[in-house]
Design a protein around this ligand. Structure first.
Ligand SMILES: Nc1ncnc2c1ncn2[C@@H]1O[C@H](COP(=O)(O)OP(=O)(O)OP(=O)(O)O)[C@@H](O)[C@H]1O
Ligand SMILES: [Mg+2]
Length: 229
């Protein structure tokens, strides 16, 4: 289960003034369910995902992911928690440039302490259609191929929670469908809790729950949007 309670995140803008990017977000998501996070550019979607992943600290509020309270965990506990519990597909793929596609994926399986990390990683890359590109470095892959490597890396350890930031943003329709199907298979077969940031209403419609962020405030689609609150 994921729960956010009175979550606020304030950055310091370059001029030194405070910039509130998430403002009193409250959310409860049952284990095994799915959530679409939508909203215009700059509304706080990636920041929300980074906080759920324990990569960013909230300014105030409480966060629970699979029963663990994240906002009070230390750095070492947070990274152990991430390795065990989370798959994360970043908006910018964050692949290691000097490692091959296969090595990039295998790192995820190794950190999670899984047996046969290379065999699992080959299988994950085949599932995203990259069986022929395993030895390529990220610089030798197209943008969409890098995105698919990032997805293979996030799912290789079959994490109970998968956080995806625009996972199909740079893919053609055929590969976007393939990647989305892979994510939905994990969600369906393994009961992976799924949080998906997307601008694609077609994908958002396939999630069981949806929230809309408007300048850091959460607007539920079933409630009339109150712009400018
Ligand atoms: N480290 C930071 N310091 C200051 N401001 C930041 C920082 N990180 C993000 N912001 C600001 O916070 C706001 C929300 O950023 P975020 O990346 O969460 O948006 P987003 O909804 O994911 O947008 P997009 O759809 O363009 O990816 C933006 O206006 C951004 O400029
Ligand atoms: Mg973003």
């Amino acid at each position: 289960m994921i729960q956010l309670s009175n979550l606020t995140k304030t950055f310091t803008a370059p001029g030194g003034e405070p910039l509130t990017v998430l403002d009193d977000v409250n959310l409860t998501l049952a284990a095994g369910s799915s959530l679409a996070v939508q909203g215009p550019s700059g509304s706080g979607k990636s920041t929300l995902l980074a906080i759920l992943a324990g990569l960013e600290r909230p300014s105030s509020g409480r966060i629970w992911v699979t029963g663990r309270r994240l906002d009070t965990l230390g750095e070492r506990e947070l990274s152990a928690f991430r390795a065990r519990t989370l798959g994360f597909v970043f908006q910018a793929y964050h692949l290691l440039p000097h490692f091959s596609a296969l090595q990039n994926v295998a790192i995820g399986a190794e950190i999670a302490g899984l047996p046969a990390p290379l065999a699992r990683s080959r299988e994950a890359l085949e599932r995203v259609g990259l069986g022929e590109r395993m030895a390529h470095l990220p610089g030798q892959l197209s943008g969409g191929e890098c995105q698919r490597v990032a997805i293979a890396r996030a799912v290789v350890a079959r994490p109970p929670v998968l956080l995806c930031d625009e996972p199909t943003g740079s893919l053609d329709p055929r590969n976007a469908d393939r990647v989305f199907d892979l994510i939905m298979d994990l969600h369906g077969d393994l009961g992976t809790t799924l949080v998906l940031v997307t601008h694609d209403p077609r994908l958002a419609d396939r999630m069981e729950n949806r929230i809309l962020l408007d300048r850091g405030r959460m607007v539920r689609p079933q409630v009339a949007p109150q712009a400018g609150r």
